[in-house]
Ligand binder design. Structure first.
Ligand SMILES: Nc1ncnc2c1ncn2[C@@H]1O[C@H](COP(=O)(O)OP(=O)(O)OP(=O)(O)O)[C@@H](O)[C@H]1O
Ligand SMILES: [Mg+2]
Length: 246
């Protein structure tokens, strides 16, 4: 891990349901850097995030953050250190309003965060929904923004974002694009982003890594990996399988 590195994992192996899903994944990101991860469905991208965020323990390998080995730290301890994670499906608390969600997020932190911290998170990303609005009434973009604002009030150093543009229309993807640039380039937050929308990665990712069947098959600039025959093969084989199955 060099001096610039904020976050890294080395040789991550993960078993799920009796089989090995990840076969030795290694990555590193610097402060403020955006690393994009792409790969066909089932490649193991979300499973990798489970390991990086601390929801699942790897069979082998290490996770390092800010000079510390955090491999054995649970999710909440990693969150306290400054690692935030967003999920493929933005699940908001059913019974709560927006204001109550912010309050719950503030109070889940120790020591409690202030109202000012909650407002800071919301203002930063331009989340302007009334505190009285029930969260279940929010559209996908605002659900994602609400959850992101709850993470930002903790002032994270790293965000792990699993398909933040899923389910959004193009103009909304532009907003996510703007947001991620703000977080990475203006606030120096490192971002690891799994995303199928290539147009989003094209504008925000400093580097891209491609996973297939639990391995890293290519990395470099987006243009480089898209020109890599191994990447073509991974996607093409998947399409053929899909069309045969479906
Ligand atoms: N809890 C589990 N038990 C057993 N196998 C699992 C479990 N979760 C995921 N898998 C398997 O692990 C592999 C990787 O799944 P994962 O969800 O990480 O892929 P992904 O790259 O995120 O895919 P997508 O692009 O569809 O989100 C798949 O073969 C999946 O079926
Ligand atoms: Mg996934």
């Amino acid at each position: 891990m060099n001096a610039q590195t904020l976050f890294a994992c080395e040789d991550i192996h993960l078993d799920l349901g009796g089989r090995e899903i990840l076969h030795g994944i290694t990555l590193a990101v610097e402060r403020g850097e955006v690393l994009g991860i792409i790969g066909p469905n089932g490649a193991g991208k979300t499973s990798l995030f489970e390991v990086l965020s601390g929801r699942l323990q790897p069979k082998r390998g290490r996770v390092l953050f800010d000079g510390q080995d955090i491999t054995r730290l649970p999710l909440y301890a990693r969150a306290r250190l400054g690692i935030g994670r967003t999920y493929q499906t933005p699940v908001v608390p059913d019974e709560l309003t927006v204001g109550e969600t912010f309050k719950a997020a503030r109070q889940a932190y120790e020591p409690y965060l202030t109202r000012f911290d909650a407002e800071y998170g919301a203002e930063l990303i331009g989340f302007k929904v009334s505190p009285d609005e029930p969260t279940v009434k929010l559209e996908t973009l605002n659900r994602r923004k609400l959850l992101l604002a709850c993470l930002l009030m903790r002032r994270p150093k790293l965000l792990l974002m699993d398909e933040p543009a899923a389910g959004l229309i193009n103009s909304e993807v532009d907003e996510i694009d703007h947001l991620i640039r703000l977080l990475s380039k203006e606030m120096n937050i490192a971002v690891v982003i799994v995303e199928h929308r290539i147009e989003l990665l094209d504008t925000i990712a400093d580097r891209v890594m491609v996973m297939d069947a639990g391995e890293t098959i290519s990395q470099g600039s987006l243009a480089d990996v898209l020109a890599d025959p191994k990447v073509h093969a991974a996607y093409f084989e998947n399409v053929v399988e899909g069309s045969l199955d479906g």
